[in-house]
Design a protein around this ligand. Sequence first.
Ligand code: MG
Length: 231
Amino acid sequence: MVTAMSTPTSRAEAPALPADVRPSGEEPYWKPGRQVWWRYWPRAVRPMRVIRDDADGLVAWMGPRTPLHKSVTTEGKDLRSIPLGPARFTAPRATKRDVWHGPGILKVAPTGMPWSIWLFWGNDGTFHSWYVNLEQTHHRDDNSVYTRDHVLDLVVYPNRRVEWKDRDELAAAVEAGRFSAEQAAQYEDNARAVERTVAEWGSPFCDGWERWRPDSRWPLGSLPPGVTATF
Ligand code: MG
């Protein structure tokens, strides 16, 4: 599905996902090596290479300097340039074309889970951490994964220490009406469930993905044709 996303809109509108999407985790699965677009609906698009896709979930890689679309202010600035508070969620947004900065990330999205786990390595190839991005359970069509960010995040270090991130930002999102208090409480419950998985060292933390490495010959991903950005 190709959609023009150049018009600034308020995040409060939270447009529905395209009608033709289905829950992830069912056949047909994507073959390893193909490109898909991982979308934080409605603006952000990340071209990613499928590493594994089956009933357990999707694993996909985004290499350094991959072109992407991200959500920005109508001046083209990072959303974090807006001081923390409701305005960060109510200010009109636009789409900016950028590239992925850093050594690349591997995303693991177990089927039916309201999060994906991003593995980060340092520039020297040393594994750094698992970043648990709380997000809507995943849907897909033939070429894209669709989700929405739930603001709250966890960082899990190799020594299994868990750090909560952006709780204050989640509170601001509730204040702004972006999420209800009930939704925010659910996202915090989801984070606590991940904490329990870490305590038991369950999947995907125990699956060894931190030892996985990309092939440096893989081509850069590309954005969907016909999708435009304001900046
Ligand atoms: Mg997040």
